[in-house]
Design a protein around this ligand. Structure first.
Ligand SMILES: Cc1cc2nc3c(=O)[nH]c(=O)nc-3n(C[C@H](O)[C@H](O)[C@H](O)COP(=O)(O)OP(=O)(O)OC[C@H]3O[C@@H](n4cnc5c(N)ncnc54)[C@H](O)[C@@H]3O)c2cc1C
Length: 500
């Protein structure tokens, strides 16, 4: 999980090839039964667990990884480095979600990014990433008619999820801005990095996410993901949610058509309901087993397409080294024209750079840069170890070359360069094909209807693009908890009636 490019950069060998045995029993304190078991601590799982805990339910959350947060996570490296995985930017709606369903302290730490830049052969500029600024750019830089731009934004805003409109993103773009590949790039490239959207995806999913961003720009969490997840854990504990890491759920127990618990670490833990934050396909095919679903439902889930995976290059500056403020988020590409597919190219030309200055973690003086590229599992999965190391080193070298273009001299200031690939994401999340953003649109329907197939079985996690990304995942956790709560109330009523 590494690559070296600077003479001073340490070549880090991660342990993606196996798990070390633990010195303790991670399930030592687990009880025999809970009201709800949550599988997975992504933002959807954590948020659902918190909402249910606040409602007074006894909740146990099992996470297979040693850390909590799912893809909203971080890691530390020798030399004082801390790297965030997916803290690049999310819409303002996260403030409301955190205020309502987490804490005021968490909500108040969500701050707007100061600067976002695009740099590609078609255009270069800084943007506030709002409807007002995009309108000015579309009219002033791209020469689009103001009335057309207004109509485009109004169209997206008016899109309603329940209209079942199957128009694709490309069709909408062509209708409003025919033949304008440069405009299509502006409108889609940043969203593709946040949730894997592509030109052939339904416009409705794109429209919702894009409009969310356009309402007020791009936000981040001041203090880093480690602080965020720490604050979330404290709140979960206040709400008596019991958290277990290094605890992989092997099976969801189903009796008489209802989910009644899980097998975790070889033990049975009973529950009134089970909420899975693992991938949709994993939940149905591996954890429950297709035999518990109608055949057409199980087949439908197998046919749901996965979203792409990612590669990242983590670059840490030596203690005391600095770089001038460049921007917070840089959409950088040397590719002449835009198309969705090329964003995942094995030796791609497009990437985002997230710059982490001391303002990101006001408690630290360190600087880091993380480059993210969308990626295909198939390009990385079959490589021999030797090819794998070679390709990671190439990715690191290409990335550093590109970063030098924006920040001359930065390479000499780095003492840690490390690469993650779809294999890394697959290993740490157990998501099939290391998917970064769950499933394509059709997955949403199955995810929402899981409990109609197996009573008491719910899903919350990245599906359908809409429920992906930090905001989408957290909000889906709230939605799933709101469905699960009356189910538990129904069970309690039934139990009381039986006891009478
Ligand atoms: C490189 C990258 C960049 C991103 N950038 C952005 C961005 O800029 N903005 C944005 O909004 N979003 C971004 N995202 C997406 C965002 O991070 C995710 O959409 C979101 O965090 C997903 O949350 P989730 O709840 O779906 O679950 P996940 O984060 O996928 O977590 C699922 C959890 O379930 C656990 N699990 C799975 N199986 C089991 C099991 N059997 N037993 C126990 N635990 C299990 C996994 O270990 C994992 O912790 C990015 C993602 C990546 C990879």
């Amino acid at each position: 999980m590494s690559g070296r490019s600077s003479p001073r950069a340490k070549y880090y060998r991660g342990s993606t090839d196996g798990r070390r045995p633990l010195g303790h029993d991670p399930l030592a304190k687990v009880r025999a039964a809970y009201d709800v078991v949550v599988i997975g601590s992504g933002l959807a799982g954590l948020t659902a667990a918190n909402v249910l805990g606040k409602l007074g339910h006894r909740v146990a959350l099992f996470e297979q990884h040693y850390n909590f947060g799912g893809l909203a996570t971080w890691f530390k490296r020798r030399g004082g480095h801390v790297f965030d995985i997916s803290l690049h930017g999310f819409p303002v709606g996260m403030i409301k979600t955190c205020r309502r369903h987490w804490t005021l302290e968490i909500a108040q730490r969500i701050v707007r990014l100061d600067s976002i830049r695009f740099d590609n052969p078609q255009f270069r500029f800084e943007t506030a990433f709002t409807r007002a600024d995009f309108t000015e750019k579309l009219v002033g830089v791209f020469g689009a008619e103001r009335s057309r731009v207004e109509e485009f934004f109004a169209h997206l805003r008016a899109m309603n999820f329940y209209d079942a409109n199957r128009e694709t993103v490309a069709e909408v773009f062509e209708r409003f801005f025919p033949g304008r590949n440069d405009i299509h790039r502006l409108l889609l490239e940043p969203i593709a990095y946040a949730n894997g959207s592509a030109l052939d995806d339904p416009a409705i999913a794109y429209g919702i996410v894009f409009s969310n961003f356009m309402s007020s720009g791009v936000y981040t969490f001041s203090g880093g993901t480690d602080l965020l997840v720490g604050l979330m854990r404290a709140e979960l504990e206040r709400n008596r949610v019991e958290l277990f890491s290094n605890a992989e759920v092997e099976r969801i127990l189903v009796e008489n058509g209802a989910a009644v618990g899980v097998v975790v670490g070889g033990r049975e833990v009973r529950a009134g309901a089970v909420l899975s934050n693992a991938s949709l396909g994993t939940t149905v095919q591996r954890l429950v087993g297709p035999g518990h679903f109608e055949a057409s439902f199980a087949q439908g889930v197998s046919a749901v397409r996965l979203n792409n995976s990612s590669c990242q290059v983590y670059m840490g500056l030596t203690e005391g080294a600095t770089i001038p403020f460049v921007t917070d988020l840089l959409f950088s590409s040397s590719r002449e024209r835009f198309d969705s597919r090329s964003l995942c190219d094995f030796h791609g030309e497009s990437r985002t750079f997230s710059f982490y200055y001391p303002k990101t973690r006001p408690q630290s003086e360190r600087y880091a840069v993380v480059s993210s590229t969308n990626a295909n599992w198939g390009d990385w999965a079959g490589l021999s170890q030797e090819q794998y190391e070679r390709e990671k080193a190439k990715l690191a070298a290409d990335t550093l070359r590109e970063l030098e273009r924006h920040v001359p001299g930065v390479t000499s200031k780095l003492d840690h360069v490390e690469v993650a690939t779809p294999r890394t994401f697959g290993f740490y999340t157990q998501h099939p094909e290391g998917t970064s953003f769950g499933t394509k649109f059709e997955g949403l329907e199955y995810s929402l209807k899981l409990h109609e197939q197996v009573r008491g079985l719910f899903h919350a996690g990245s599906v359908g693009i809409i429920m992906s990304g930090w905001l989408g995942a957290a909000n889906y956790g709230v939605i799933a908890a709101a469905k699960l709560d009356p189910y538990l109330a129904g069970l309690a009523t039934l139990a009381a009636a039986k006891g009478r």
